[in-house]
Design a protein around this ligand. Structure first.
Ligand SMILES: [Ca+2]
Length: 180
């Protein structure tokens, strides 16, 4: 190979390398964009739990914005119920949610069968906690009831089973001696 050929070969190699890195950069950028899009389409977010209103409503900071989140498929007793017994259960559920979630970063998941937000503007979500659904855990431990708002949701059968389990185990809401 003479000198001229050598230079040509080197230049062509350099050119190929530069092109390859450009193609790689574009591919990586596209992949990141697709991942973001997939996450968005799946309605997946995550963030720290900054406060707990009651067993079924928490506040999560998502991308720097505080969002109230209503857990799908569950109903925990109300903190301002007229019945002292219900208020006692409400307090227990809230304390359990605080103990379990406060300060923790949770993953949230929307359900395409449900609305994105409820009429109070709260995000409707499943809350993942230690790789489990916190929604189901609340029901299974008797802190909340299974609750279908309008249309059946993705984990309805599962949550109904969890409630049956709590009832049979006589836990929390299903314990006649609790909150007396
Ligand atoms: Ca409730």
């Amino acid at each position: 190979m003479n000198r001229e050929h050598e230079i040509l070969a080197r230049d062509s190699e350099r050119w190929q390398r530069r092109n390859l890195s450009r193609v790689t950069a574009i591919a990586v950028g596209l992949a990141a964009l697709l991942l973001l899009l997939a996450g968005y389409l799946h309605g997946q977010e995550s963030g720290p739990v900054v406060s707990v209103a009651d067993g079924d409503t928490i506040t999560v900071e998502i991308n720097g914005k505080k969002e109230r989140v209503r857990l799908i498929g569950v109903d925990a007793p109300e903190m301002d119920d007229s019945s002292p017994r219900v208020r006692c259960f409400a307090k227990a559920a809230r304390l359990f949610a605080i103990d379990s979630l406060a300060g923790l970063t949770v993953k949230l998941e929307a359900d395409p069968t449900q609305a994105n937000r409820d009429r109070y503007g709260r995000l409707l979500r499943y809350v993942y906690w230690h790789n489990d659904l916190f929604n189901r855990f609340l029901i299974k431990k008797g802190f909340a009831r299974e609750y279908t708002y309008d249309k059946p949701y993705r984990f309805q059968d599962d949550f109904k089973k969890a409630q049956k389990y709590a009832e049979e185990s006589k836990w929390g809401l299903w314990d006649a001696h609790e909150c007396r």
